[in-house]
Ligand binder design. Structure first.
Ligand code: ZN
Length: 287
C-alpha cells in the first residue's frame, strides 16, 4: 500500500531542462471503480486513464477542467475521465457487452483519444489523436510529439491486488537552444525512469523514489498536491437539465411516470424528482 494519501508530485531537473511528475493513487481509483462491477481489464485501463488525466492536468498552466476520452470500435463504448486543476477526478467506462479483453487494443479497438481542455477563463480547445500504438502511454507520447511538439514520455502502473494505480511523466522544457543536448538529456532521464519497478512505485513515498531514480541529478520538488475523487454532478445541474426539456416534455413525464429519477453515470448518485417538484420547475422557468 502507498503510505501517504493520494498525491501528485511535480519536480524540475534544474540542470537538464526537463520537468517530471509522479502520481500515486489508491482511494481515488478505488472510489471511482467501486460501485461499477467492471471486468478486470476494463478496470485496469480505466485506472491508466485516471493516472494519465491526473498527469496531464498537472502539465496545464491554467485553471480549468480537462476531459480525456477513448472511443473506438472495441467492446467498450467509451472511457471518459474528467479532472480539474485541483486534481478532483471522476471517471467512467461504458461497457455495453461482457468482455474479458485486456489492454487498449482489445478493449477500445480502432479509435481515438480525445482531449478537451476547458479553461475557467478563455475558449475550450480539443486535441484528437488516433490510437495507433499498443499502450496508452505510447499514444500519449505520440500526442505530445504531434500536437505540442514537446518530447514527453509516460510510465503507467496498475496493482491489481491492492487496487492501486500510479504513473510518471518526463517532459522536455523548451527553454534551451541546444536541441541536440536537450534530446540527450531527455533520453538520459527516460533511461533512468525506465528503471522504476512496480514494487517501488507502490510502496515508496515520492521523495525516496525520486532519490533512487535520480540521485545523480538536481531535482527540485514542489509542494505535493492531493488527488481526490469528486464528481461534479449535483441536484442543481439535474434541475437545469429538466428545465431544459421544456414544459410539454416535463408534463408528459408526469403523465406517464408521475416522477423522474436521474442517476449520474459516473458516481451512480440517484436524484429523484416527484410530481410537485417537477411542476415547480415548470413554473420556475416561466418567471
Ligand atoms: Zn456524479
Amino acid at each position: 500500500m502507498i503510505s501517504s494519501s493520494d498525491q501528485l508530485n511535480r519536480y524540475l531537473f534544474d540542470n537538464l531542462h526537463a520537468r517530471g511528475e509522479l502520481v500515486q493513487l489508491s482511494s481515488t481509483f478505488q472510489n471511482i471503480v467501486k460501485a461499477h462491477n467492471y471486468p478486470e481489464g476494463v478496470k485496469a485501463l480505466l485506472g491508466e486513464l485516471i493516472t494519465v488525466t491526473s498527469l496531464l492536468t498537472a502539465t496545464l498552466k491554467l485553471e480549468g477542467e480537462i476531459a480525456v476520452q477513448l472511443q473506438g470500435d472495441g467492446p467498450v463504448d467509451y472511457f471518459a475521465v474528467n479532472a480539474n486543476h485541483q486534481q478532483e477526478i471522476r471517471g467512467i467506462a461504458k461497457v455495453t457487452q461482457a468482455t474479458n479483453a485486456v489492454g487498449l487494443k482489445d478493449l477500445v479497438g480502432k479509435g481515438n483519444m480525445i482531449i478537451t481542455i476547458r479553461p475557467t477563463k478563455g475558449e475550450p480547445y480539443q486535441g484528437v489523436v488516433a490510437l495507433e500504438h499498443d499502450t496508452l502511454a505510447q499514444c500519449l507520447s505520440h500526442y505530445f510529439e504531434v500536437s505540442e511538439q514537446i518530447p514527453t514520455k509516460l510510465w503507467l502502473f496498475h496493482n491489481k491486488e491492492n487496487s492501486e494505480v500510479a504513473g510518471a511523466l518526463v517532459q522536455l522544457l523548451p527553454d534551451s537552444d541546444d536541441k541536440a543536448q536537450q534530446l540527450n538529456d531527455f533520453e538520459h532521464l527516460c533511461q533512468l525512469t525506465d528503471t522504476i519497478k512496480p514494487e517501488e512505485i507502490f510502496t515508496l513515498d515520492a521523495e525516496t523514489l525520486l532519490y533512487r531514480l535520480y540521485h545523480q541529478e538536481t531535482v527540485r520538488i514542489f509542494e505535493p498536491q492531493a488527488v481526490t475523487n469528486k464528481c461534479s454532478c449535483s441536484r442543481d445541474k439535474c434541475e437545469s437539465a429538466i428545465i431544459h426539456l421544456g414544459e410539454s416534455e416535463i408534463k408528459e413525464i408526469i403523465t406517464q411516470d408521475g416522477s423522474l429519477n436521474m442517476t449520474c453515470d459516473y458516481c451512480l448518485t440517484n436524484y429523484q424528482f416527484d410530481e410537485q417538484h417537477l411542476l415547480q420547475l415548470i413554473n420556475q422557468n416561466k418567471h
